[in-house]
Design a protein around this ligand. Structure first.
Ligand SMILES: [Zn+2]
Length: 120
């Protein structure tokens, strides 16, 4: 993990908001994670949902964190989300073919429980 965090550690706070939310790099091509309602297409899964599902990171407009990701990360997220969907579909299909019960769907995109304070 350390080799990733080192990339952004020297940046001043003001430029930290301009780095990619996911890789921390200041790549030139970046896109907004959250789109405005008017350009939101309903049949597509929002990028923020894919990030939540694939990385467990919640992105909101008011989180005071970088609001963009680079196109490299965007491609990875889209690919991984698709891969995840495929695995889920295969799992269901295989269980059906083998006559096994379908697994109970886990509650979707639930953030993990807040960290407990260390016992003193
Ligand atoms: Zn990135």
């Amino acid at each position: 993990m350390e080799r990733f965090t080192l990339k952004i550690i020297d940046k001043p706070k003001s430029s930290l908001r301009n780095v990619c939310r996911l890789c921390g790099m200041d790549n030139p091509n970046k896109i907004f994670i959250l789109r405005d309602e008017d350009v939101f297409c309903e049949d597509d899964v929002p990028l923020s949902t894919k990030i939540q599902v694939c990385c467990g990171i919640e992105v909101t407009k008011k989180d005071r964190m970088p609001q963009k990701i680079c196109t490299l990360c965007s491609d990875k997220i889209n690919d991984f989300y698709e891969f995840r969907e495929m695995c889920t579909a295969t799992n269901v299909q295989t269980r059906d073919l083998l006559g096994l019960p379908r697994e109970k769907p886990k509650s979707k995109a639930q953030p993990p429980p807040p960290p407990q304070p260390p016992a003193v």
